[in-house]
Write a protein that binds this ligand. Structure first.
Ligand SMILES: Cc1cc2nc3c(=O)[nH]c(=O)nc-3n(C[C@H](O)[C@H](O)[C@H](O)COP(=O)(O)OP(=O)(O)OC[C@H]3O[C@@H](n4cnc5c(N)ncnc54)[C@H](O)[C@@H]3O)c2cc1C
Length: 371
């Protein structure tokens, strides 16, 4: 892949990569998501993270940590932490929000972002059924969230809920819910291919909190979600780009060593062509990340990026697994990674929902570089 592509080599990526390496190499167990978060915080890596720093951070995490742990960090740094930080830095933010941000950036508190609701499809958040009743000094939250990364490890969840029944984007808000508050119950999701992600469901049964736990103004919840989900999809894209490079490098080395006929597997023209097609897919993912970074319509380009990433990554991992033969099925092998990476087609937006959103922007998308 061209060394000029921005995804893994963006400004800021080098320094962030070196510092992330220093933070995670010393860990006894890089499969412990809480310990990884703590180490990143202790090395000052959870402050001022933007699009320039995410590629370096995620590339190093992808090298050292299992996919579930990288997912756990990815969701926090790309969406939960920035949403909290925006309010904590906004001036009038209330103390619980500032304290949670302080604890999270220091690595002492893990965050979760809870949007997907038990009462509606994740692809249709306007239907979500988790409600908040507000008065002058307090709030009561009632409902449930499912498939939440870090549900089992987080100290706080940022919960998207509705404070008005109307089907309108101004009917939503964010609440900072301490997961040890009375009325909160967490149920772990077992048996997923993503150990380390702390996946689980949240039950919110008449949870009463001080009004200072509101994050941002009532009515701004869905707008804030839309703005930050674009960054989460970009983070997923640069992580996928890193995963492709790592897997392609490793597969190429193995093919060059593996005997086939009178030579090596890499000498076989059919194998070289299949591998080259994977390189093209990886290049497409990096190009899509670059285009998203350079664009001015993040919500639209994040949908294009998400579909390109889900499809390209599955092609690369599937083809590399096939090229490795039985080795792919060893413990921790490519067959397992491919199953875990299948979540790129669902988490943060299902491919078909993205395609429906992209279709909504035709014919504008077909104009001369409208993004
Ligand atoms: C590993 C993992 C981690 C996750 N982490 C989080 C998290 O931290 N926080 C959080 O809030 N959520 C999280 N989620 C939930 C995720 O965001 C949702 O699963 C996702 O939005 C899809 O929602 P759903 O599962 O309800 O599926 P649905 O919305 O019910 O969709 C199911 C299928 O229906 C089809 N479909 C849906 N909409 C359309 C459409 N418009 N047009 C055509 N077909 C369509 C698609 O094939 C889709 O795959 C996570 C999910 C996974 C798998």
């Amino acid at each position: 892949m061209a060394s000029t592509t921005a995804a893994p080599h963006a400004p800021g990526a080098g320094d962030t990569a070196a510092r992330t390496g220093a933070a995670v190499r010393q860990l006894a167990d890089p499969g412990d998501a809480r310990a990884v978060w703590q180490a990143l915080g202790a090395h000052g890596l959870l402050r001022d993270l933007g699009a320039a720093e995410l590629p370096g951070l995620l590339r190093v995490l992808d090298t050292y940590c299992p996919a579930g742990v990288v997912l756990s960090i990815c969701v926090q740094v790309a969406s939960a932490l920035p949403i909290l930080g925006e309010q904590a830095g906004a001036g009038p933010a209330d103390e619980p929000v500032r304290a949670a941000y302080r604890e999270a950036t220091a690595g002492r508190a893990v965050l979760a972002l809870a949007a997907t609701d038990r009462d509606g499809a994740g692809s249709d958040l306007m239907q979500l059924g988790t409600t908040v009743r507000l008065d002058d000094s307090s709030l009561v939250i009632e409902g449930g969230k499912r498939w939440i990364t870090n549900a089992c490890t987080a100290a706080y969840a940022l919960v998207l809920a509705r404070h008005r029944p109307q089907q309108h984007f101004t009917s939503f808000l964010w609440v900072l819910v301490p997961l040890d508050a009375p009325g909160v119950r967490v149920s772990a999701t077992h048996g997923t291919p993503l150990p380390g992600a702390g996946l689980g469901d949240l039950y919110l049964d008449d949870v009463r909190l001080d009004r200072s736990h509101l994050v941002g103004r009532p009515g701004r919840g869905m707008v804030t979600f839309a703005r930050h989900i674009a960054m989460e999809r970009y983070a997923g894209g640069v992580w996928a780009a890193a995963m492709c490079r790592r897997v392609l490098t490793d597969t190429h080395r193995r093919l060059a060593e593996r005997p086939l006929g009178t030579g090596r597997a890499w000498d076989n023209p059919a194998i070289r062509e299949r591998f080259a097609r994977c390189v093209v897919e990886a290049w497409r993912i990096e190009a899509a990340c670059d285009a998203h970074r350079a664009g001015s319509e993040p919500l639209v380009t994040s949908m294009l990026l998400k579909v390109a990433v889900a499809q390209g990554l599955d092609t690369v991992l599937g083809e590399c697994a096939a090229l490795l033969g039985a080795e792919a099925f060893a413990e921790g092998g490519l067959a397992q990674l491919r199953a875990a990476a299948g979540m790129f087609a669902t988490a943060g937006g299902a491919t078909e929902a993205m395609l429906a959103g992209i279709a909504d922007h035709v014919p504008g998308l077909l104009e001369d570089r409208p993004w």
